[in-house]
Design a protein around this ligand. Structure first.
Ligand code: THU
Length: 134
C-alpha cells in the first residue's frame, strides 16, 4: 500500500501541471513501471477541444515513447480547480489505451491522497477489445 501512496502523491504533483483553461478540471496521473520507474502526466486541453489529452494517456505515452511497455499500476487524481474529487475515473478512451499495454490484473488506483482504492483493469473495462480479438 505504501507504494500506492507514493504513486498517488506523484499523481497529485503532476496534477499541478494540468493545462485545463477550458474545463477547469485538473487531473494528474502516475504510472509505475515493472522496473520501478514512475512516469507522470497531466491533462492538456486545446482550444479546438478534441485534441485534448487526458492525464492518464499523457503518462502512458511518455513512458512508451521512452521505451517502457511493462506496467504495474497507475494512480489517478482529479477534480475541479481548487478541489479534489473523492474519485476520478479514467475515461473510456484511456481505459482502451491502458488495455493496449496492460493485462487484466493491472492495478488502477483511484481516490485522493487521503483515501484511495486499487481496482483492476478487468474491473474497469470488462470484455476489452484487444489484439487477441484481431
Ligand atoms: N480528464 C482526464 O485527464 N482524465 C480523466 O480521467 C477524466 C477526464 C480530463 C480531460 C479534460 O481535460 C478534463 O479532464 C475534463 O473532461
Amino acid at each position: 500500500m505504501t507504494d500506492y501512496k507514493i504513486l498517488m502523491s506523484e499523481a497529485q504533483k503532476a496534477r499541478q501541471k494540468s493545462y485545463s483553461p477550458y474545463s477547469h478540471f485538473r487531473v494528474g496521473a502516475a504510472l509505475l513501471t515493472k522496473s520501478g520507474k514512475i512516469y507522470t502526466g497531466c491533462n492538456i486541453e486545446n482550444a479546438a477541444y478534441t485534441p485534448t489529452v487526458c492525464a492518464e494517456r499523457t503518462a502512458i505515452f511518455k513512458a512508451v515513447s521512452d521505451g517502457e511497455r511493462d506496467f504495474e499500476a497507475l494512480a489517478v487524481i482529479g477534480g475541479a480547480e481548487g478541489e479534489t474529487a473523492d474519485f476520478c475515473a479514467p475515461c473510456g478512451v484511456c481505459r482502451q489505451v491502458i488495455a493496449e499495454f496492460c493485462n487484466k490484473d493491472f492495478k488502477i488506483i483511484l481516490g485522493n491522497e487521503d483515501k484511495f482504492k486499487a481496482y483492476t483493469l478487468d474491473g474497469l473495462l470488462p470484455f476489452a477489445f484487444t489484439d487477441k480479438d484481431l
